[in-house]
Ligand binder design. Sequence first.
Ligand code: IMP
Length: 433
Amino acid sequence: MDKEFNTIVVIGSQWGDEGKGKIIDIISQNADAVVRFNGGNNAGHTVIVKDKTFKFRLLPSGIVSEKVVNIIATGVIINLSALVEEIEELEKNDIKIKNLYISDRSPLVLPYHPILDKFFEEKREKSKIGTTARGIGPAYSDYIGRDSLRIGDLLDKEYFRERITQIYNFKSKILSEESLGYKLDEIYNSQIEAIEKLLQKGVIITDTSKLINNLIDSGKKVLFEAAQGTLLDIYYGTYPYVTSSFTISGGVCVGAGIGPQKIKKIIGVIKGYTSRVGEGPFPSEIHDSIAEYIREKGQEYGTVTRRPRRVGWLDLVALRYAKRINNFTSIAITKLDVLSGLEKLKVVVGYRYKGKIIDEFPYSLNVLKNCEPIFEELPGWKENLLGILDISKLPQNTIKYLEKIEKELDTKVEIIGTGPERNDVIIVKDPWE
Ligand code: IMP
């Protein structure tokens, strides 16, 4: 008989910033391990516990639950100095890092990658991607192009010196030393200094695929947290306005080194509306005062860059696509409280393109850009949702809104976020059951 595995994958189903941090924080209360499997310090997960706001970039969100094993798996690209900074920030808040494991195979973001990211964006002129300027694209490109290093390479200083010299010489021939912004020795020293700090803090660099598989096989509850969202996936997102990693459920297998059969549940996190940072088409975008209302109430400003986020209605065409790509087994819906007070809510049920109705999310950005959304209107609700702990106590119109999403996606809502804090939540069904 097939073994039952206790694994949950949490995926962003829109353009990121769905409020995954909070959902992961809730689910991780009963997890044995939390694993990050994609992205880098471009991600920004906000977790609020007892009036304290924590912003995680590279660290798995389970780090505030001290009993949990936290794993940064192979698919995560690591800026070592940023990781040290993030850990030191937590230490200032009396949170000691315990049980943090990093994959020896994780690629590095080297000091010149953020410089190149900014430089490339500048040169793109009108075709800017709107990156977070953290060097993510150039670092993944170098890795795929086989001109990079993995964190495990730092454990053998001689090898690291030899390899970084080769790479630096090669890069500076193509790009010049000035454009790299750092001298070879500066790069070598910064990386060695950072890795030594991490090792002193008890961080373990290891084969995390082995660790994760052992945890799963021994029946432990393992939670995989995605960074960014489905529409930012390098293959399935709105290319080229995407990030450079696999943000979808399939990315877990690659990023964590596990087989697909080991995934039991896939929870899609949906914000009650849509938001997007950076450039690219956004059919349900709102341009009037309602956008301002939602932005302010939902504090829709980038966690990493503080850029105001573009805001739009819920797009069910895009969500149906996200359901298909990820195969969500259930849904967590966040920030429903932000919509309180709006008289009417709109959801996009289809697109009109050149007079024709499209109900599949299109491949072409040129098509997407020129799609006119077909809205369905639903009645809003006035009531404040804060403090409601039982789904049956939600206003009738909130329930109608949820039922519409469930019906369109043919997937049940399991968790409902009703406010920013950890306890502002309705657990419809225990996700670990
Ligand atoms: P990069 O990941 O910095 O290369 O940025 C590429 C695109 O992904 C830009 O549109 C960013 O705004 C977006 N992006 C990257 N990380 C996040 C995130 O955590 N939330 C939302 N958008 C993100």
